[in-house]
Design a protein around this ligand. Sequence first.
Ligand code: NDP
Ligand code: MG
Length: 382
Amino acid sequence: MKKVLLLGASGSIGTQSLDIIEAHPDRFTLTGFSLGKRVGMIPDFLKRFPSVQYLCVSNAIDAENLRKTYPDLKVFHGDEGLVSIIEECPSDMVINALVGFAGLVPSVASLEENKILCLANKESLVVGGSIINGLLTEGKGKLWPIDSEHVAIAKLLSCIDRHDLKRVLITASGGSFRKRSRAELVGVTKEDALAHPTWSMGAKITIDSATMMNKGFEIIEADVLFGIGVDHVTPLMHDESYVHSLIELQDGTLLADVSKPDMHGPIEYALMEGDVPFTPVKGKCLADYQPYHFHDFDPQRYPAVPLALASHRRGGNSNAILNAANEIAVYAFLEGKLPFLSIEEEVRYALDTVPFTEKPTLEDLLLTDKLTREAVSNHIGG
Ligand code: NDP
Ligand code: MG
């Protein structure tokens, strides 16, 4: 029986993680969870999971009210509260389903506490990949990805001898504007951008899918998780989101992970620590995967991808700049303060102006994040 602490319980990945925990009462007990501002969801979660003893929410006032309503629960709040709940709540496994940079310190704290980290928060890996890998190399904790492409890649790599790997084909839906040219993106609205064609996800990752910054992040994530250099990961446009990724072997054989687009599968894979049945679908070429459709990726249509890869190649604190600038710009777009096409411009501006640090510590990354947020917020104005 694994004791589980879930960070980000109110979100898209968080609520689906609760479904998986609930479906396996013989394997998992939920001992604590965090959410941000959607405190109205707490009574239902506590009813479903009476084993919960620890909570964390964003605001101090919400935490105070919860302590009065639930005197038997230990309630934390804020960024420090997320670290405290990881340290104090009895758990073997932490699911990090937070969105954005806020997930980095909790990822690091979970590994430092020797937890099994089931990680949806890809921003942790993009910004702090070397710190996270450093902890894993020291033998601190374990990491299982939740991102669907990376679960697919992990499953496919487990079927081969690594020497046989030629490259990874990471699939991409192209997001909500995939049928439009760049010229047709002028003046697009938040509502248009949030209408993802194949996945139902949180707002931030849905916008990242529309710019395809998400795919840039995921190529970086593949490098951090599996040591596959970014030059050996090729983005491949795929309409239906059924083929979660493919690997190509030295002899040209393709292996794919194919299933309907539903994050319950990847979450279950991570929580079961890879112990799920899997059979790769073999092909000689992409046409063997009919009825599914694939297209070449066009970097000029989606400049966020080459921008992300250039940042990763530069190294140091670049990905912290990349991520912070992207977060500020995405939320400014969602608030109607920035046109969609300016998201990439703000990221480029930040990479050109925020000071570079070659070997950043966690504190350096926190400082870079703060400086970048200030620089981009000032640049956007309003
Ligand atoms: P959501 O926005 O749906 O959920 C985010 C969760 O984090 C919510 O519980 C939210 O609380 C909480 N949260 C947000 N900001 C803070 C903060 N500053 N402090 C504390 N808690 C906070 O996001 P998703 O579930 O879509 O995504 C989560 C992560 O998983 C992201 O990194 C995303 O890229 C990744 N991912 C998501 C996929 C998906 O299908 N959704 C697929 C693959 C990866 P509240 O809302 O209560 O304020
Ligand atoms: Mg993904």
